[in-house]
Design a protein around this ligand. Sequence first.
Ligand code: SF4
Length: 232
Amino acid sequence: MGTLDGPGVRTVVFFGGCPLRCSYCHNPDFWKVDTDDKITVDELYNKVERFTPFHGENGGVTVSGGEPLSQPAFLRSFFAKCKENGIHTTLDTSGFGNAKNFKDVLEVTDLVIFDLKEPDPFEYPKLTGVVKRVSDEFVAAVQENNNPMWIRTVIVPGKNDTFEKMDEIAREVNKLKNVLKVQLLPYHTMGTSKYKDLGLEYQLEGVPAMSKDKINELYAYLQSKLDIYQNI
Ligand code: SF4
């Protein structure tokens, strides 16, 4: 259960598998699909349905990961089943997947939480290990399908904690329609031990957690630059 990954109280489902390698990722154990941990759409739906009494008026189900777009057919079937049964669907995604599947998934998605990893196309691959073009195509598909969006960016000390980066984010977001909310998520160091356990190198070794004061300052500045927060 979660209260941050979409409106209201939500059942959050984590899909295994992710083609990105974000330097701040705290779920490296989700990068590879655990092929022993399979479930059918009906089995997953039945698990989620048990929690619907907790969803209240505006809660629902959120699919996160990993990268859910790595399993588009399953995602579409699961969301379609949720929607048939009146459950609100939220997709938390980096937008990386096969573009030919975007429409099918978006048709059964009530809200997209888009992780805007990095607005600069030259910096984006350094952070994520993949090109930005794919997530741009995803955002274009979201715009065409008119899905409401929340947008999130993780802020890492010494990497993107600058007012210039907030300007870049604002420029990117102000081009979009249907944006309901923009959030900055503070980088934290929980999860770094997983890298040791998995025998992986952690790229942000020694980088401290993001300070609350600094992120509040950046967020206030960002809000002043975002069209959606003017005149409210
Ligand atoms: S998209 Fe998410 S799960 Fe994948 S590497 Fe980045 S932070 Fe980790």
